[in-house]
Ligand binder design. Sequence first.
Ligand code: GAP
Length: 450
Amino acid sequence: MPVSMEELVRLCKARGFVYPSAEIYGGFRSTYDYGPLGVLMARNVKDAWWRSMVQLRREVVGLDAAVLSSPRIWEASGHLKNFTDPLVDCLSCKQRWRADELPLAPKRPAPGAPEPAEEMVPTCPNCRGQDFTDARPFNLMFKTFVGPLEDEGAVAYLRPETAQGHFVNFANVLQSEHLVPPFGTAQIGKSFRNEITPGNFVFRTREFEQMELEYYVPPADASRWFDYWCSERFDWYVRYGIPREMLRLRHHAEEELSHYSAATVDVEFAFPWGWGELEGIANRTDYDLKAHAAASGQVLEYFDSATGQRYVPYVIEPAAGVARAMMAFLIAGYTTDEVAGEQRTSLRLHPRIAPYQVAVLPLSKKENLSSFALEVLAVLQPVVMCDYDDTRSIGRRYRRQDEIGTPLCVTVDFDSLEDKAVTIRDRDSTQQERVPVDRLVEAVTSRLAW
Ligand code: GAP
């Protein structure tokens, strides 16, 4: 049965994935904190992305640009002018909404008027009102001041995307790395947007982490690389456990395109409330490099020494969100089944994504068993992330590990002291196998099928 949002939010809090931020003060406007399991899982999502985008490629290098930087970046990139959402106020309850995201409902007839045709009109989600102010552009960038003076000269912005940090370092990277298009820079980091309507748990928040690749290609090859990255990114989510039927690629209509984009495709996931964007793949053309070259006076081109030609590369950009990917993996992995006549909940997470790969569970807390179990833990810890739990009954400990997605449990019992062997239990099949401790690392890594 698919997991509901209520159940997902409950599980995330109860098991230490995601907590509402500042909860002891009543919370703070759709912000969230990541708990012990949430940080492990988010780290694994980022590592899986980095592995496929950087580690397994020759032509992609890493980058980590500043969150706070020159406001001239945002002027040149067009964000100061164009990075806006249409804001409206409901004339009845005064709540503010994004005009393009208001739900539609049948238009209510004016009092005494004859029944109108079935016309659907934007409707306030709070009071059901249907009268709004005209839409006005609301810039999503958070403004702040750098240094002790709060005047115009000190204004800076928290970055709303990591992408511009790539573009302003284009010449630096080319100079230090001697790369030839197609090549890319990859970056993972926080971005900030003053969203008008954050919501759906961590799907839309004002502070979030992005994983962005800027892939520089010869202009003539841009559409081929755009197609390549659409299928490559779709397959990444499948590789890490999302069924194909829960994913789709959606092409943006002309009027939906960002100011810099010639074409955009979203990788969408079937969230409990409907299809939602996990990641956008955009053909940003030469828009950004040309804009920064014009504003800074610097040369942002590639010189092809073989042909003697200079050109401004086009940029293909797969841009993903860490929290949205995490949510999708949690929702797709959520499973309920029956084991030995009992209902159980498990998270069938890919071993690279699961917070812990292995839980070491001594059958009792007795001194001699604990010390052997800790030796087993010490064998596994350098290789995989391990949990260690010696509380409650073994059945309840298995249930807990299933519910947090741990693929393997290693149980240490009193026979282990004699035969120097332990039992490996598989999360999904619940099958168990006895393995000598001196072959444990090999047995665990082969079962995790990295
Ligand atoms: N550089 C291009 C760019 O930023 P985007 O589609 O606005 O494109 C890329 O953002 C990804 O960042 C989205 O697909 C989503 O996963 C994530 N993202 C964007 N806004 C977000 C928000 N308010 N909360 C959580 N994730 C967000």
